[in-house]
Design a protein around this ligand. Structure first.
Ligand code: AMP
Length: 276
């Protein structure tokens, strides 16, 4: 596995691979890798000739007072996991943006709701870093997890709208044995917070069960979800159209719907979602 530690090194490597006719797959991450990240690598590995993983904690997508400065890091563990997954190049730049960087990418509509409502600028940061990473890696396929459902929708829209020459692949959410969605941020949780964090997926699955049993009324589904949710603060619990992410008032079998939640356990904000 090659370790690439600058944007220029990444670009050179990718250009050489593409000149040799290699198909490049890419998994962008912020590191502290876990089996959720590994699942994205495993999904792409058989579909590409060269697999690139980036580890970069992108300051543009963190707001003031968020956890940029304490985001967990494990460079050795990350490299070992990538090697195990047959990654060809690990792109781990200390800085990603050139001097005078002055571009940002905004995807309107999808980014004002859900996480975007309480994290202004977050998805702009995500779209901007991904646009730059797609350029540097020259990838033809890039994988993102359903765990960050809104992020996946935003990036699909960006790639479509800007006609970027790559395909976005979505991957199922990977959970711990007790149902909690795997996340690098789970490391922040105390034992009691980790115990209560199970209530987030319980609330979502509870809503999923009621919907499967025939409940169509979104207010009733949300009331049920809230009754199961034991968090220090609920950022949102919502049911939206899976394509446009706009709130629904009722379920319609013809319209795919998604239930999403974001909640704080202590100072840690966790997100999760399920299909309805
Ligand atoms: P992050 O390092 O948290 O920015 O995540 C990098 C990528 O891994 C994103 O596409 C995430 O959606 C994906 N990811 C993170 N956690 C999970 C999980 N539990 N299951 C599936 N994908 C995940």
């Amino acid at each position: 596995m090659e370790l690439l530690e600058s944007a220029a090194a990444m670009q050179q490597w990718a250009t050489a691979q593409r000149a040799g006719g290699q198909r490049i797959g890419f998994v962008p991450t912020m590191g502290f890798l876990h089996p959720g990240h590994a699942s994205l690598m495993a999904l792409l590995r058989p579909q590409v000739d060269r697999l690139v993983v980036s580890v970069y904690v992108n300051p543009l997508q963190f707001g003031p007072g968020e956890d940029l400065d304490r985001y967990p890091r494990d460079p050795e563990g990350d490299a070992a996991l990538c090697r195990d997954q047959g990654v060809d190049a690990l792109f781990r730049p200390p800085d990603l943006y050139p001097d005078g960087f002055s571009t940002s990418v905004s995807v309107h509509g999808l980014t004002e709701v859900l996480c975007g409502a309480t994290r202004p600028g977050h998805f702009e940061g995500v779209a901007t870093v991904c646009a730059r990473l797609f350029g540097l890696t020259q990838c033809q396929l890039a994988a993102f997890g359903d765990k960050d459902f809104q992020q996946l929708a935003v990036l699909r829209r960006m790639v479509r709208d800007l006609a970027l020459p790559l395909e976005i692949v979505g991957a199922p959410l990977v959970r711990d044995a007790d149902g909690v969605a795997l996340s690098s941020r789970n490391k922040y949780l105390s034992e009691s917070e980790r115990g209560r964090a199970r209530s987030l997926h319980r609330a979502l699955f509870g809503m999923q069960q009621r919907a499967a049993a025939g409940e169509r009324d979104v207010a009733a589904l949300l009331a049920h979800g809230r009754s199961l949710l034991d968090a220090d603060r609920v950022d949102y619990l919502q049911i939206v159209g899976a394509e446009d992410l706009q709130p629904l008032t009722g379920l319609d079998p013809a319209v795919p719907a998604r239930a999403l939640g974001a909640a704080f356990y202590g100072a840690t904000r966790l997100i999760d979602n399920v299909a309805l």
